[in-house]
Design a protein around this ligand. Sequence first.
Ligand code: SAM
Length: 287
Amino acid sequence: MPLIIKIRFDMEYSQLKLANKAWWDERSIIHGESPFYKISELVSGSSALGDFEHEEFVIGDAESLLHLQCHIGTDTISWARRGVQVTGLDFSESALIQAQRIAESCGVEVSWVAADVYDAPLVLRDTYDIVYSGKGALPWLDDLDTWGKVVSKLLKPGGRLYLVEFHPISWILGDGEWAIVHDYFSSGQPHIESEVQGSYAASDAVTTFNTTAEWQHTLAEVISAVAGAGLVIEWFHEFPFTYFQQSPILEVNDEGVYEVPEQYARIPLMYSLCARKPFAHSSTRVM
Ligand SMILES: C[S@@+](CC[C@H](N)C(=O)[O-])C[C@H]1O[C@@H](n2cnc3c(N)ncnc32)[C@H](O)[C@@H]1O
């Protein structure tokens, strides 16, 4: 069957994407030096992946892994150390320059590809045993149904999607009290920020490009995008911890993991999901 591609020509999205790309291009240079990313520990051999990622996702006999939205490659390099051939994709060339520099310091080989996630099947023209999408990737995408179809197209039959994300419940909290402040249900409209300098990894950095557009995706949207693309969900996990100070009340433990203190009610702060592309997959069209 021919690959049918819907050309995404959507003025609003392209403009927002340009703003996001400028934001990431500038932040990637800063993140390459930021203690948040623990580059020297990575170079010394430690892994940037969470302990739970090592425990719950078995590579098995998989030979190839594609990391979508790989940023400066810290997670990507950590996957490569586990013995698979790894490709990291990101639309920020600046992020990939940092990623290659860090990979060289680690003595790890990774292929880096600069492309929009939505264009990945066209640009890569390859399929993979594992497609990995890590913490903080999905909020930058406006259309999860298309993302799900892209993932399916990139997987070999029998291949697996491993998705790790901040829980959408965690985004409804305010910046102060442990209280619900933002809508859980998404309007489909982006949340646009234009005043904030720096980033989650470098809050004091002085920056020029400060406009971002992000989309809230409910758990139902994520699961429907994965299932709607013909992937079969094998497991879904929720976690009461996270990897950055999402709320001021969170306390960081010795392993650098942020948790809700005992006096507060706990909610899920992260989730992970594994879904497999069936062998007899009716050919997926990327629409
Ligand atoms: C929060 S980072 C991912 C972080 C990664 N899990 C890590 O901790 O290193 C999000 C990444 O998505 C990339 N990105 C955002 N929108 C994208 C798009 N449409 N296509 C490709 N990459 C995109 C950004 O350049 C950025 O590197």
